[in-house]
Design a binder for this molecule. Sequence first.
Ligand SMILES: Cc1cc2nc3c(=O)[nH]c(=O)nc-3n(C[C@H](O)[C@H](O)[C@H](O)COP(=O)(O)OP(=O)(O)OC[C@H]3O[C@@H](n4cnc5c(N)ncnc54)[C@H](O)[C@@H]3O)c2cc1C
Length: 384
Amino acid sequence: MMILCVAEIRHGKLVSSIFELLTAAKAMGQPVAAAVVGGAAASAAADTLKGRGFEKVYVASHASLDGQSDEAYAHALKAIVAQAKPETVLLPASAQWRAVAPRLAVLLGTGLASDVIEATAGADKKVQVVRAAFGGNVLSKIAVKGSPAIVTVRPMSYTRTDASGSGAVENVAIAPAGWKVKTRVTGFAPEAATEVDLAAAEKVVSGGRGLGNPQGFELIRKLAQTLGAAVGASRATVDAGWIPYRHQVGLTGRTVRPRLYVACGISGQIQHLAGMSASDVIVAINTDKDCPMMKLANFAVHGDLNEIIPAIVAEVHKLRGEAPAMAGAKKAYCRASFSRNSAASAAAMPARASAVRMWRASCSARSRATPPTGRSTRSTSSST
Ligand SMILES: Cc1cc2nc3c(=O)[nH]c(=O)nc-3n(C[C@H](O)[C@H](O)[C@H](O)COP(=O)(O)OP(=O)(O)OC[C@H]3O[C@@H](n4cnc5c(N)ncnc54)[C@H](O)[C@@H]3O)c2cc1C
């Protein structure tokens, strides 16, 4: 039995989601191969993958696959499946492969489970998956009928495996002339984005209802820009129309797994935590010191975000020798109360050490935000 992980190539570059699929596949304890489909960039991507923990890398490369047609990709992948004969095919649940997966399932006459957050091998070695259903209110465990099982895996549901090895590349012959392809991609117009991509971000600064109004996201953007972070949001702010849905973190938004997550004015309801609790280091800024996010956080800053965020931004600029400080920074220095949730930090310290260093280096939060007036800091144990 073998698991085939499908690589995504976006704008000529291999996307790291393939290494998340590798983690999922390895956890199932079966041999793992990779599949690469595409135009000119496919062969180079396959060469990269052959030394990265896959026993074999199957590649279907043809100039006609440069246009990213879902139908053509499904046909090419069908040819790879015929040659590799996997028991399970794992694909990233990205915009591209979410569209290809059902077409592949129809071509193969087999079952599909989409957007899964966990995949395991059952007693019969067949894949069983967990996916969120009914808007995230239910987690369902699913067995897929048919072989191979087609499974799309939600981005960031797994860490990335950084393995080495020497798998062979095997070319798969394809005959695009015989495929029924009714669509052709004629161009790509990227959204004008000046912000860091949330899905792949190593640092995320998120805002919640505590921002008070849509303008509050200016503060979030300022802090995100300063730290080189992506902007995230709670569903409450998305539902209120303060920020587009693509920024939503949580069960019904994106799952993120950054080294640093800064939650500003977010209470930490379970649906939000579902999308970010795997972050290496969590910093919470909140006026309610007892809310779930403050308890989960490794570093809890108790106070008004309108004062604390400018203080952090000002401090980072100061450390870098840059001007100017934001208005209100001095007040924040006096009012914020900072605590480190030591139980959570200590338990995960080896994995989190670099992110902790990064956070300290970037804003010196611990020493600067501790109240200078003798106000006591809170030390809360928490679980992550
Ligand atoms: C099926 C379902 C799916 C859902 N999916 C998601 C999801 O994907 N993502 C998601 O986020 N939610 C989701 N939700 C909603 C979730 O249950 C919460 O309602 C939502 O996360 C709350 O957002 P919030 O923390 O911004 O707002 P609130 O819960 O209102 O919290 C606001 C916080 O701001 C703090 N605050 C107020 N003023 C300040 C200030 N000046 N400075 C600092 N702090 C301040 C308050 O103390 C409070 O903790 C879902 C709900 C359901 C039922």
